[in-house]
Write a protein that binds this ligand. Structure first.
Ligand code: IMP
Length: 200
């Protein structure tokens, strides 16, 4: 069976492909559907946006679709940037500008706790959707470190570590990240269904 991953973010796609491995599935992504317009991410929550992305792509392609919506919630900023993580410093999305804005917002702040959130939505071809969630707790550094990963990775030290996500190798990030937690849950909840092409 085909499963479409509804993301145009190459870093997310790589992480999803590395973790979400179910033998019977032929995994493709939105590059196979260049005519599809991007989903407007106007939901108030990660869950709303993940469902919207999965459902729109499922109805447009007639396939089963998996979508990710994720972001960073910083305690001292009352949960910001949250659902606005990708466009925190404006549009188009610019990781360097987002990181600079976050460091400015936290200047002089000693409370540097933050949580990465990830919601994975699965939609059947008729638009019925379910979600699972994962989080990863950590702290925000004072300066960026590391060159791997994407987004806020150079600023985020996951709990129990001394290095940022951008300093860890992909295997390490994929063992503990918010996306990894959600995707492992997705496998345990939906693998049998996807193997047998059941219904949600
Ligand atoms: P989305 O494409 O609307 O889900 O936006 C996700 C945004 O959240 C990304 O553009 C990043 O800024 C941030 N983000 C989500 N997951 C990660 C991650 O694993 N590392 C770093 N930043 C992330």
């Amino acid at each position: 069976m085909k499963l479409v991953i509804a993301t145009r973010n190459p870093n997310k796609l790589e992480e999803i492909r590395a973790i979400f491995q179910i033998n019977s599935l032929e995994i493709i992504d939105l590059r196979s559907y260049p005519e599809l317009a991007p989903t407007e991410e106007d939901g108030a929550t990660f869950e709303e946006n993940a469902i919207k992305k999965a459902r729109e792509a499922a109805l447009a392609t007639g396939e089963w679709v998996l979508a990710d919506d994720s972001g960073l919630a910083v305690e001292a900023l009352h949960g910001e940037p949250g659902v606005f993580s990708a466009r925190y410093a404006g549009e188009p999305s610019d990781y360097r500008a987002n990181n600079a804005k976050l460091l400015d917002a936290l200047a002089g702040q000693t409370t540097r706790a933050a949580v990465f959130h990830c919601v994975i939505a699965l939609s059947s071809p008729d638009g019925t959707a379910r979600t699972v969630q994962g989080i990863c707790r950590g702290t925000i550094t004072n300066t960026p470190s590391g060159t791997r990963g994407f987004g806020y990775d150079p600023l985020f030290v996951p709990e129990g570590n001394t290095r940022t996500f951008a300093q860890l190798d992909a295997e390490h990030k994929n063992a503990i990240s918010h996306r990894a937690v959600a995707l492992r849950l997705a496998i345990s909840e939906w693998a049998t269904l996807l193997d047998n092409t059941g219904s949600l």
